[in-house]
Design a protein around this ligand. Structure first.
Ligand code: C5P
Length: 298
């Protein structure tokens, strides 16, 4: 069996509307996911037993045991197909760890596809989606990519029509934020009367017409106040976007990564240089979206 490498994008939520907490502990969401070309790869090769290794940025922060979502993805694919999960999965990380860009979910989506291709099991797309949703709320979108509305836990997806590319700068921080902790803080900070989540029409029109300034004005994230209350310096970082004419700036998902929408590639570079100059973040990256979801590259 020849090794299989799958590349998979990070995501930013252009809107993340969080409804009341449900009986199962999750929150009903209305969100617009957007995949950007900040890519991890997962390579699957035949081995004597299931094994995970990690290379790249923040590799030391990623577990290599059965708690890694990639490990669970290989096991789930083996259980579903009857294949022997004797596979070595090597993750090359560029997506920040625990950064609010769904890096762990992306790797899990990549592992599902890589195992399917390595083992020749040809799992149907609907079954792949169900396996992905069991692994985590953001895993189905990592398979799909592009720009999509997510409902339910975020796993019920509808593609969104978009025109043109969006150019981004991302401020990445030392240390991540725990997603459950950010959701809990969000609950604590809100009144008990939380409305049902919804997506705004202006965002969808702006995406359909390729109106980047209107996309910038429509960026919203209900988790942002919670992320800022856990990491107050995020407020200062977001201000840099305002000072440098970003079309909009937002905490990505549950944070702490902050996303800045630029007018074009050159403007994204200006914002990135300004962010680096603040000394407030560990690193800065630029990316564009939308890009396709997980796919076999070799
Ligand atoms: O689905 P996933 O395992 O990625 O979710 C991580 C955590 O984020 C959940 O355990 C839950 O605390 C929170 N979450 C939520 N509502 C969602 C998605 C995630 O409360 N729709």
């Amino acid at each position: 069996m020849r090794p299989v490498t799958v590349s998979v994008p990070a995501k930013v939520n252009l809107q993340l509307s969080v409804g009341p907490v449900r009986d199962d502990g999750f929150h009903d969401l209305a969100t617009v996911f957007h995949a950007v070309d900040l890519l991890d790869t997962v390579t699957a090769r035949e081995a004597s037993e299931l094994r995970v290794t990690v290379e790249g940025e923040d590799a030391s922060a990623v577990p290599t045991d059965a708690t890694n979502l990639v490990w669970r993805a290989a096991q789930a694919m083996a259980d579903a197909t009857g294949a022997d999960p004797a596979v070595h999965l090597h993750i090359m990380k560029a997506i920040p760890v625990a950064g609010g860009m769904a890096g762990g979910s992306a790797d899990a989506a990549a592992a599902l596809l890589a195992c399917d291709a390595l083992w020749g099991t040809r799992v149907a797309p609907e079954e792949l989606h169900d396996l992905a949703a069991e692994l985590g709320s953001d895993v189905p979108f990592a398979l799909m990519g592009g720009t999509a509305i997510g409902r339910g836990r975020g796993d019920s997806l509808t593609p969104v029509l978009t025109r043109g590319a969006l150019h981004w700068a991302f401020a990445i921080f030392e240390g991540g934020l725990s997603t459950p902790v950010v959701y809990e803080r969000c609950d604590d900070m809100r009144s008990s009367d939380v409305p049902q989540p919804q997506i705004s029409d202006p965002l969808l029109s702006a995406l359909a017409t390729g109106d980047a300034p209107a996309v910038g004005r429509a960026l919203r994230n209900d988790l942002q106040p919670a992320a800022i209350s856990l990491r107050p310096e995020l407020a200062d970082v977001l201000e840099v976007g305002e000072d440098y004419g970003a079309l909009g700036q937002i905490v990505s998902g549950s944070g702490p990564t902050c996303a800045f929408l630029a007018r074009d590639e050159e403007h994204a570079l200006d914002i990135a240089v300004a962010l680096t100059g603040t000394g407030l973040c560990r690193t800065v990256k630029r990316a564009r979206g939308p890009v396709p979801g997980a796919r076999v590259v070799r």
